[in-house]
Design a protein around this ligand. Structure first.
Ligand code: SOE
Length: 387
């Protein structure tokens, strides 16, 4: 029988909810998981809110002070699902207390913080894993296998977009994601981090980047109860947006491939459009999160009368990763399953004493690329990431 590990989760909004679901489901669907999570405590500052969320999501209890949570003897794994400005403090204190750490992406708000977090998990010999959940879409894993097996030959092109549209209304308020001191960056950190991580997993390291960042709407209404800067005379208080709304960048990969990346929160009609195309000497691969159970592939060695893009339904437990745990072939899975897959690998990694990818080292390298894009946008020069 598998051992157990007590889990404490900080943050109970969108990510807290999706991570809670993963801890609840993992042992039910993956009975071979090496450590069963015991959902000890959910943590948040607002007592009424966290208490209600803990009951709703299935936690045994709650805390309102994360310092207390990361010191608890019955907790072995701390999950950091908070805004970026608290990732470093919580993760480092948790690691210093000997806890394993599972941290939301991007790892930190700055490269320096990310490095300190990596040093903390290494110094304390605990597992540190970043939740870049799109690595664990089975179709993305299949893409990786096809590339690694040489099925599309030498890779020439990476072309990725991650498009959203949730802040296009100028009256959308100045939430934490639009403030650099809390979010670190805008679309670049939030969405760019995902496609940089996918690019690194699928194609390998990036050696140079050149980018541009833009902020279309520079002032937004301040949320009630927050301080936000400029007050519009006699009207709604306005505050400055201090992050990018959109980022575009080019990259040179170490293997000779070239890549383009575009991320925005201003792509009208695109709610969560995360897509990439890879072109190699012998074939191409296309993935789109909105059709996440599918992978489009073209293989040059197909007979000419049937050559063309074809759609693989990536739901076959016998052939495709993670899927034997779920439903019979053809019975599709969804966005939340990627979190369960991540938690499954995390718990197995903790049992084995080995951090599963994406590790904090991966998180640092991703952060170095985002940092280089930001510097490049400032200097209008090509920049080498400071790995
Ligand atoms: C918001 O832009 C967001 O929730 C991101 O923060 C997530 O990482 C992404 O998966 C979906 O969109």
């Amino acid at each position: 029988m598998a051992g157990t590990i007590g889990v404490g989760l900080v943050g109970y909004k969108f990510m807290g909810k999706s991570h809670s679901n993963a801890y609840r489901q993992v042992a039910h669907f993956f009975p071979d998981v090496a450590l069963q999570p015991e959902m000890k405590a959910l943590c948040g500052r607002d007592e009424a809110g966290v208490k209600a969320a803990a009951a709703q999501f299935g936690w045994q209890g709650y805390e309102t002070d994360w310092h207390k949570l990361v010191a608890r003897a019955d907790i072995g794994l701390v999950d950091v699902s908070t805004p970026g400005d608290s990732h470093a403090a919580i993760s480092i204190e948790a690691a210093n207390n000997g806890k394993h750490v599972f941290c939301e992406k991007p790892l930190a708000n700055t490269l320096d913080e990310a490095r300190q977090m990596l040093a903390a998990v290494e110094r304390n010999h605990v597992v540190g894993m970043v939740n870049f959940n799109y690595r664990r879409v089975p179709a993305v894993q299949l893409a990786k296998r096809l590339i690694d097996d040489g099925r599309i030959g030498n890779v020439y092109h990476w072309r990725a977009v991650y498009l959203q549209d949730w802040i296009m209304n100028p009256n959308f308020p100045l939430v934490w994601r639009l403030q650099k001191d809390q979010a670190g960056a805008g679309a670049l950190g939030d969405l760019g981090a995902h496609i940089v991580d996918l690019a690194r997993m699928l194609l390998g390291e990036i050696t140079d980047v050149t980018g541009l960042l833009t902020t279309f709407i520079k002032q937004r209404p301040v949320l009630a109860g927050t301080t936000g800067g400029l007050g519009a005379a006699g009207g709604q208080a306005m505050g400055a947006v201090t992050v990018d709304d959109a980022a575009l960048f080019l990259a040179q990969f170490a293997n000779g491939a070239v890549g383009s990346f575009e991320v925005t929160r201003f792509a009208k009609g695109r709610a969560n459009y995360n897509s990439f195309e890879i072109n190699g000497s012998k074939g191409s691969i296309v993935f789109n999160l909105e059709r996440m159970n599918e992978l489009n592939v073209l293989f040059d060695d197909d007979a000419s009368d049937v050559k063309g893009f074809r759609t693989i339904l990536v739901t076959d437990g016998g052939a495709h990763p993670y899927l034997s745990a779920w439903w019979p072939s053809g019975h599709i899975i969804g966005w939340e399953h990627t979190f369960t897959h991540g938690v499954y690998d995390l718990l197995n990694g903790i049992a084995a004493g080995q951090a599963p990818a994406p590790t904090f080292e991966d998180g640092v390298r991703c952060q170095a690329i985002l940092d280089a894009v930001e510097r490049s946008a400032g200097s209008r020069q090509w920049v080498t990431p400071d790995y």
